[in-house]
Design a protein around this ligand. Structure first.
Ligand code: NAD
Length: 362
């Protein structure tokens, strides 16, 4: 089993990555001394596929468990579901020391982490990510949240898990669209921090889309190292370091919002956002045409979208002004200055953003 530590003093934790490692889950949790009862939050699809192997592994190490299903939709990241889950948790949590397990993709992970952060002023939780996107990104770093109708992730907390347990064998049931979404976040790490990861993805993306575990394991490990190191140095995005993880997200979130969170998955919207960010970087002469061509070629070959449809320029611009990454009316973009390198730039003329977006719409 491979382990990467997220170093955060008393809040440090391990990211465990491997293949077919569920049988060692109980032993990993035992060492943490966080309780004796697991309240597992998941959805019906993931429950059907993996809940029994998880509960068996827990039982083997003496843990009891309860499973709580939430609907399989982004709308589960809502105050209504949050409140229903917390009420249920309080009812079932009578005599035992309970900790929470998030078993699922980013939706389950974000909601469960937020439940853990506020229930009894904070209980321990474990992330068992089951989508590629969650393994490379959302399960790590303690950003937890629910959405409001006014925008995504508007209520949340920084609350670190006690363990991230990424078994790439759980990804075998993942659909191609979800694999592509996760791949988009891995491409992001390549562009912002790791030229060799980007080159690896150019060479091996087909293996990832074919569920080849060696390739999946490689990108989950590389992404975990990059994210863990950034989070260890700037846990709450106060030093400008964690900000680079938002590469592609400023416009990506706006595209998701402008299309009602229905047309594009998170990863697909991020892919489009990255293309916009790379093109703006090129217009402002921070990077070359060559890089823009390479990033677009990889995104396109991976089957991610390269053109925006189902919305208008105005809707995307309006949605971007509501995003947390816009400070007041000033915009702030993470741009690239070459593979593996970034620059945060504020106040990019709206005209340039609009021109680049216009070229991608339709
Ligand atoms: N907290 C963070 O740092 C962070 C970072 C990026 C994204 N996010 C959030 O993550 C969410 C998106 O996450 P996601 O892409 O994982 O979406 P998701 O959680 O909706 O999962 C996508 C789909 O895959 C299914 N699924 C999950 N595991 C599966 C498996 N092993 N086999 C088959 N199907 C499986 C789910 O049931 C769902 O239908 C968004 O809400 C986004 O805001 C959070």
């Amino acid at each position: 089993m491979w382990i990467k530590k997220v170093k955060l003093g008393k809040r440090s934790y391990d990211i465990v990555v491997g293949r077919n490692i569920i049988s060692s889950l109980g032993a990993c949790i035992k060492k943490l001394d966080i309780g004796d009862h697991a309240y597992i939050i998941t959805n019906s699809l993931v429950k059907m596929k993996y809940a029994s192997s998880i509960t068996c592994a827990l039982k083997k190490s003496g843990f009891s468990s309860t499973i709580r299903e939430i609907p399989d939709t982004e709308r589960s990241k809502s105050i209504a579901i949050l409140s229903a889950v917390i009420n249920d948790l309080a009812k079932s949590d009578l005599r035992k020391r309970t900790f929470i397990i998030a078993l699922g993709g980013g939706v389950v992970g974000d909601l469960s982490g937020f439940v853990a952060s506020i229930y009894k002023r904070g209980v321990a939780y474990i992330q068992i990510p089951t989508t590629l996107l969650a393994q490379v990104d959302s399960a790590i770093g303690g950003k937890t949240a629910v959405d409001l109708k006014e925008g995504k992730n508007l209520i949340g907390a920084f609350y670190q898990p006690a363990l991230v347990f990424s078994d790439v064998s759980l990804l075998k049931s993942l659909g191609i669209r979800q694999l592509r979404s996760g791949l988009a976040e891995a491409i992001k790490y390549g562009v912002i921090k790791d030229k060799s990861l980007f080159t690896y993805l150019e060479k091996w993306f087909k293996d990832i889309l074919k569920h080849r575990e060696a390739a999946l394991e490689y990108i989950v490990k590389r992404s975990s190292v990059i994210k863990a190191d950034i989070v260890s140095r700037d846990e709450k995005e106060e030093k400008g370091l964690r900000t680079i993880l938002n590469f592609g997200h400023t416009i990506g979130h706006a595209i998701e919002a402008a299309t009602g969170f229905k047309k594009y998955s998170h990863g697909e919207a991020v892919a489009l956002g990255m293309l916009i960010a790379v093109e703006i970087s090129q217009r402002l002469k921070y990077t070359s045409q060559g890089l823009a061509t390479r990033v677009e070629a990889l995104i396109n070959a991976a089957g991610l979208p390269t053109r925006i449809s189902g919305t208008s320029l105005r809707s995307i611009i309006n949605a971007s002004f509501r995003d947390k990454k816009f400070i007041g009316s000033r915009n702030r973009f993470v741009l690239t200055t070459g593979l593996g390198k970034t620059k945060i730039v504020e106040n990019i003329p709206l005209r340039i953003i609009e021109e680049v977006l216009k070229g991608r719409i339709g």
